[in-house]
Design a protein around this ligand. Structure first.
Ligand code: PRX
Length: 657
């Protein structure tokens, strides 16, 4: 039907907005527009709707305690256990249904029914206790996408030990810093995993990290993923995960009753300064919030097969692979591998084979799919899909429309969900059963979320204007503090727009945003020195300090340059010390230095050697100009520079490359 296709193309090009399909609305978990008013009129009690999705050991007395703002407390005096909410309560009705469908990179698969997951979590919990893990001990996990990761997370939750998952792609140094910051004495890691069919020896990195930890480490557990492929060393008293769990065969561990505000986990994330922040999430507020948003936004139902393609090492995986979906008793798909191995149709093959209903991914992945071409999804039947989601960075309308057409078959709403590690769950997005979708714009704030776009003075901007995104009321999934650093919690998130004397607290996520006439928010990206590379958040200061640590480097400035697939790429401008040459060898050492300090995700795309950096008269580096150079944009105002000539020199160098 070529005519239809042409017509369709034209419509997609022109369309500014799309309505959710009637067939979706009819079955949506939330389809009554009245929910917005209902939440507003009944705030904060509206959040009981989220709390009602959980099973409580002890009912809470107060929905929100704001007596010590901004150290808010939610559902105070209630108690519950997150692992019991994700497992035990589903056993009667859903014991034989799949909780996790794991797909390994080599094509192996493992299905964990709720019954089986419950059993292994109990055995793992018993093993951790035996090892000495007590309530409130922080257990670090440095693991790739193996099923033992969610098992260990839920086992920790069961015994009241907060977990701190470190993304497996981070370096040994990054692991050590995080273990030290959390004073964590236990580590669960893995011998290795596969990438594009090749085994990676992850244990070596874990060992190197452990050797840098200053305090005593009481227990290390190693999951054997690679089997005979890799004879990993175990000569420092480590325990084999399989043995520990086998010793506990059939053990049951009563879920520990946790106070609503007890810590569930820590997640380290990059900020403006060089040191990552330990974002603290607590039990009831976080779990109710991710369950609520999984239900309202992702439309998750128990009978669904739901797939979020993130890595559990990031917040998206915590909230929307593990806790949210399992709290609702659905089937969560977990894929170990990369989207283009063995072929570029791998993800669509999985959607087809598992009849995936809901698919949630990042714009960087969508841009890659688009680049590879529509012939890959076309090889498969994707008609099982009902809803699509995106998260992690702004999505441009072209990528949105490609996703809508080629993956969703124009029959699935897309939710473009804005949120952060700190918010715990989604904050700004359309509700798929209610709202019109506008490609490129995340949507209105969720019911009960008071997001406003303001100017530098904190005044709301009108429609059509850009400003700064702020959240003016607390919400249950919010971070409670920066671990062991309450001052930093205030200075990072609450200093900019709050009025402490009037006890008025405004959360500042450090994103720029634009408001439209319908109250939709388009998120423009970070306004601090944080980059978003392939949906991963990286602090420029962290990268700069890694570069300055390389012998022969005097000074460095890192900025983000536009990148077709990654969104942003790392551009490093480097001044060498007298007597050192900015040559290829130095460039290699800089790249290696960044990989060692942070991980390959932070690898600079470009290293530009320069005798000087553009600085203001007060000595501040003008990053904006460095960004203009990276993007080959017209240069902004250079009149306030102390050394305007240097800008053109650098520009010539970059363009000459
Ligand atoms: O800049 C925003 C961007 O990602 C940042 C949060 O990063 P992180 O804590 O790593 O969490 C990512 C997954 C929740 C935000 O400050 N961001 C996230 N989602 C969107 C987004 N930018 C635009 N649109 C989004 N949907």
């Amino acid at each position: 039907m070529p005519d239809d296709t042409v017509e369709l193309e034209a419509r997609l090009e022109e369309a500014e907005s799309f309505e959710p399909p009637e067939s979706f609305v009819e079955q949506a978990n939330v389809s009554d527009e009245g929910i917005y008013d209902e939440f507003e009129e009944n705030w904060p009690e509206c959040w009981e709707r989220a709390a009602d999705l959980l099973d409580w050991d002890e009912e809470y007395d107060t929905v929100l305690d704001d007596g010590d703002a901004p150290f808010y407390e939610w559902f105070t005096d209630g108690s519950l256990n997150a692992s019991a909410n994700c497992l035990d309560r589903h056993l009667d009705e859903r014991g034989d249904e799949a909780a996790i469908e794991w797909i390994g990179e080599l094509g192996e698969t493992r299905t964990y029914t709720y019954e089986e997951l419950h059993r292994e979590v109990n055995e793992c919990a018993a093993a951790l206790r035996e090892l000495g893990v007590g309530e409130d001990d922080v257990v670090t996990m440095y693991m790739p996408m193996v099923p033992e990761l969610p098992v260990a997370m839920l086992a920790c939750a069961r015994i009241g030990a907060p977990h701190s998952v470190v993304f497996a792609g981070f370096s040994a140094d990054a692991l050590a810093t995080r273990m030290e910051s959390a004073e964590s004495e236990y580590l669960i890691t893995c011998d290795g995993y596969y990438r594009r069919g090749d085994p990676l020896h992850h244990k070596e990195k874990a060992d190197e990290g452990l050797s840098q930890v200053d305090h005593d480490v009481a227990g290390v557990v190693v999951v054997d993923r690679l089997g005979d492929e890799y004879d990993h060393p175990m000569d420092n008293g480590e325990h084999d995960y399989g043995d520990l769990v086998a010793e506990q065969e059939g053990a049951t561990v009563d879920p520990v009753e946790r106070d609503a505000e007890d810590m569930l986990f820590l997640m380290y994330t990059s900020g403006t300064t060089g040191e990552p922040k330990g974002v603290k999430h607590t039990t009831a507020g976080y779990l109710s919030y991710v369950a609520w948003t999984s239900r309202a936004v992702l439309d998750v139902k128990p009978d669904d097969t739901y797939w979020c393609s993130a890595d559990i090492g990031w917040i998206t995986g915590h909230s929307y692979i593990v806790y949210g979906p399992l709290a609702l008793g659905t089937t969560s798909v977990m894929y170990e591998g990369t989207p283009d191995y063995p072929e570029k149709d791998r993800l669509w093959e999985i959607v087809d084979e598992y009849d995936v209903d809901i698919f949630y991914t990042a714009p960087t992945a969508i841009r890659a799919f688009m680049k590879w071409g529509s012939e890959y999804p076309e090889q498969h039947d994707l008609s099982s899909l009902r809803l699509l989601g995106t998260v992690g960075e702004p999505i441009n309308p072209r990528a949105w429309k490609w996703y809508y057409k080629h993956i969703g078959g124009e029959d699935c709403p897309i939710v473009d969900t804005w949120w952060q590690t700190e918010t715990g769950g989604m904050m700004v997005t359309t509700l798929p059963g209610i709202n019109t979708m506008k490609p490129g714009s995340a949507g209105p704030p969720l019911p009960g979320v008071d997001a406003k776009v303001v100017d530098t003075a904190g005044e709301e901007v009108g429609a059509g204007r850009a400003g700064y995104l702020t959240i003016q009321k607390p919400w249950p999934g919010m971070l409670r503090t920066v671990y062991k650093n309450d001052d930093r919690y205030i200075s990072e998130y609450w200093a900019e727009y709050s009025d402490p004397d009037a006890d008025e607290w405004v959360y500042f996520p450090e994103d720029g945003a634009k408001l439209d006439e319908d109250g939709y928010i388009t998120v423009l990206g970070r306004v601090d020195d944080v980059l978003n590379v392939s949906g991963h958040r990286l602090g420029t200061m962290e990268i700069e300090s890694a570069i300055v640590g390389v012998e022969g480097v005097a000074e460095a400035a890192v900025v983000g340059g536009d990148h077709e697939v990654k969104g942003e790429a790392v551009y490093a401008y480097v001044i060498t010390e007298e007597g050192s040459d900015g040559d290829d060898e130095m460039r290699d050492r800089i790249v290696a230095g960044v990989e060692d300090a942070i991980g390959p995700i932070a690898r600079p795309e470009e290293v530009v050697f320069t005798p000087e950096l553009p600085k203001t008269r007060s000595g501040k580096i003008m990053r904006r100009l460095l960004e203009d150079i990276a993007n080959e944009d017209e240069l902004g105002d250079t009149s306030t520079l102390r050394n305007p000539d240097v800008v053109e020199d650098i520009q010539r160098k970059v363009q000459g490359d």
